[in-house]
Design a binder for this molecule. Structure first.
Ligand SMILES: Cc1ncc(C[n+]2csc(CCOP(=O)(O)OP(=O)(O)O)c2C)c(N)n1
Ligand SMILES: [Mg+2]
Length: 307
């Protein structure tokens, strides 16, 4: 990262995101780490909406807008064109919300990952279709209120494990990132920039409107997600080398849920069930991390090195 990129703002004030929205912070960290020589691809989403206020735009990064399902496919095409032009210096960045990643975008995402196309896919996850009015997605957590999972019919399926899905493609790099840990965030985006092949950056994006919390609490909600083990910060190299980046304090999940009105309809026993599930998922992650330590250099990595 050079000093100019750190000082330069690529998403400028006047962008029109809701007060307290985490997504502009995610974008600022990402663009600072990538710098000006970036082409981004954007789908329908809150981000797509705030930057497409024709004839003005608050984003100073070259941007291509594509239909909801095709962020990864469009990024693959742009990267192929740059290759034909002999341009290996420009970074290609696909940006999508959880709907554009976990749901409608997953086939083009999976295809690009399988081809190991050389670009970064950034998913900012606000855990619902926020731009169209807080409808549930497959990223919405169990027990959450949304406008399509009302109080007597709360989300009754667990959240998809998108990092595991990407790791199962054996992509060179996948990482979770949090705006409450900005240095870790920037380092991961830079590492993605320097890694060849397909890279997946997955950032939790607390949404005051959809999650029903007060807009000044965004960073502390993001931090509690990490500290309660709900959103662990880790990296996966070549699909099987897991690295934990932050040791969580182990705050109770109820502390993370407390400021969020979307969890205020849970019934008796639900909180304990959720806590148990978070512990179980954490143990699974720990087993993968321990195994990575034991394995050392992964077989997949050796495979790539031999080629
Ligand atoms: C094919 C298609 N279906 C539906 C829509 C309407 N639509 C626009 S944005 C959006 C929600 C996007 O959700 P997500 O990807 O999670 O991003 P967020 O709005 O939460 O930032 C929807 C359903 C669309 N633009 N195209
Ligand atoms: Mg969303």
């Amino acid at each position: 990262m050079n000093a100019k990129d750190l000082l330069e703002e690529y998403l400028v004030p006047g962008h029109g995101a809701c007060p307290g929205c985490a997504m502009p912070v995610i974008m600022r960290h990402t663009f600072h780490a990538l710098g000006q020589n970036t082409i981004s691809v954007v789908t329908a989403s809150c981000y797509g909406t705030i930057i497409c206020t024709y004839p003005f735009s608050p984003v100073k990064i070259c941007t291509y807008t594509t239909p909801f399902a095709s962020a990864a496919a469009a990024a693959s095409g742009i990267k192929a064109t740059l290759d034909r032009q002999g341009d290996s210096a420009t970074t290609v960045l696909a940006i999508a919300g959880d709907g554009g990643t976990f749901d409608i975008g997953i086939q083009s995402l999976s295809a690009a990952a399988e081809r190991n196309d050389d670009f970064i896919f950034l998913c900012y996850d606000n855990e619902a279709y926020m731009n169209t009015g807080i409808q549930r997605s497959s990223a919405t957590p169990w027990g959450a209120w949304t406008t399509t999972t009302p109080p007597l019919n709360l989300k009754s399926q667990p959240k998809k494990d998108i990092v595991e899905i990407m790791a199962a493609h054996r992509v060179p790099y996948a990482a979770t990132a949090s705006i409450a840990f900005p240095e870790d965030f920037a380092r991961k985006v830079q590492k993605a920039k320097e890694t060849r092949g397909f890279k997946f950056i997955y950032a939790l994006s607390p949404c005051p409107v959809g999650w029903r919390f007060s807009s000044e609490l965004t960073i502390s909600v993001a931090r509690l997600a990490v500290q309660s083990k709900v959103f662990p910060l880790y990296e996966v190299e070549d699909g099987d080398r897991y690295i934990l980046n932050v040791e969580p304090e182990g705050a109770p999940v109820s502390e993370y849920f407390k400021p969020q009105g979307r969890f205020s309809f849970l019934r008796e026993g639900d909180m304990e069930r959720i806590q148990e599930n978070v512990e179980r998922e954490w143990e699974r992650l720990m087993r993968r991390i321990d195994r990575s330590f034991q394995m050392g250099t992964s077989s997949r990595r050796q495979e790539r090195e031999i080629q």
